[in-house]
Design a protein around this ligand. Structure first.
Ligand code: TXA
Ligand code: MG
Length: 351
């Protein structure tokens, strides 16, 4: 299959409308389109069309028991696909459109192939104008996982999608780099108590302002626990991993720098804060994460840098273990998975 990549920013208003109509045609026909969202690029197919979900699983190489998120144009459209409740609307008022996904009991219109056989469905209303326009124009809610090959870092540019999906889908819409760079926060509700199944840009602290209690699922902070009876099936798979070995260093900045100076060998890279880019040995491939405390920038750059590590054919990639609160928890969750839980104390074994 030939894959067309359309750069929307280069188009006249008429050509832009035509490109979106073309994408909408594909969606209505049960075909797949790579689309930008504010979090990561999605592999979009109609949530109503029986053919679409199996194509999504095949294109990604993803196990079909891992359910898909269904994207809607406005929060009240959840009524078409799920049984809502007042807490859903309280959260929707604050966080939708935006990077929050809420698990709700599903209505029969959502095929089992979309929900992975569960009796719930994950509902998200994205804020990206192109994603929203496509849902509206096609008239279908859109099932969309991240548009990467299963196990690889999620795509944050159209080029990433092209690298993984070329020859597998007919169309990719390029809407520029994603502004958040990590996937949405996924939550389950029990009354007005909430459990974070996957952390994202809507943080525990933000949810606590509206829910009586917010719990972070155990699997979020531990890749090892992910296999045992997961609340969110996606958490049990190896995720976000580049080909190289990722080593997370647990220690102060200076300890981590010293560890790399003393221990790193072979072809290696470092995910480094801007303040430290000159602190590493000359042979280190330094990949900048942005300012030391700028976790929004860390999130925006992480997946692109993991893909760069593979382009550079690094054997090892070092990074500092981040904090586990606020937006840093989302970054922490992805990077411990990229590292497969490989965490090393930076202050031990110093020469
Ligand atoms: O930001 C995002 O959420 C992106 C963009 C494209 O919207 N989408 C995304 O989808 O990350 P995906 O399929 O890569 O991740 C969906 C996550 C998985 O961990 C899946 O197991 C979980 O949501 N999930 C989906 N439906 C669920 C359900 N009914 N119950 C529990 N977890 C569910
Ligand atoms: Mg994904």
């Amino acid at each position: 299959m030939k894959t067309e990549l359309i750069h929307l920013s280069e188009l006249s208003p008429e050509a832009y409308d035509k490109a979106l109509e073309k994408a909408a045609e594909y969606i209505r026909a049960g075909e797949l389109v790579g689309i930008p969202t504010e979090t990561v690029y999605g592999l979009a197919g109609s949530a109503y069309h029986a053919d679409a979900a199996p194509k999504i699983f095949a294109a990604k190489g993803r196990p079909s028991d891992n359910p898909l998120i269904v994207h809607i144009a406005k929060s009240t459209d959840a009524e078409n696909i799920a049984y809502t409740n007042p807490v859903y609307y309280k959260l929707a008022e604050r966080f939708m459109p935006g990077p929050l996904t809420i698990i709700l009991p599903k209505k029969p219109i959502i095929p089992d192939t979309v929900s992975g056989g569960l009796d719930t469905v994950a509902v998200r209303c994205p804020s990206h104008p192109i994603a929203r326009a496509l849902i509206e124009i096609s008239g279908h809610p859109i099932a969309a996982p991240s548009a990467n090959t299963s196990g690889k870092p999620s795509p944050t540019t159209a080029e990433h999608v092209y690298d993984d999906m070329c020859g597998k889908i007919p169309l990719i819409l390029d809407g520029g780099p994603c502004s958040i760079g990590l996937e949405s926060t996924v939550i389950a509700l029990n009354g007005d108590k909430c459990t974070i199944l996957r952390p994202g840009a809507v943080t525990e602290e933000m949810l606590s302002e509206l829910c009586t209690s917010v719990t972070v699922a155990e699997a979020v902070k531990s890749p090892d626990k992910a296999g045992s009876k997961p609340l969110s099936p996606g958490m049990k798979y190896k995720h976000y991993a580049p080909n190289c070995q990722v080593v997370l260093l647990d220690g102060t900045e200076d300890e981590c720098i010293a560890y790399i100076q003393n221990h790193a060998s072979g072809k290696y890279g470092v995910l480094a804060a801007d303040e430290n880019t000159n602190a590493y040995p000359e042979k280190a491939h330094v990949l900048s994460l942005g300012g030391r405390d700028d976790y929004a920038e860390h999130c925006r750059r992480l997946f692109d840098l993991l893909r760069k590590a593979d382009e550079l054919q690094l054997e090892t990639l070092y990074a500092r273990l981040p904090e586990e609160k606020g937006l840093a928890l989302a970054y922490y969750n992805r990077i411990i998975r990229a590292a497969g839980g490989n965490i090393v104390k930076a202050n031990e074994n110093l020469k």
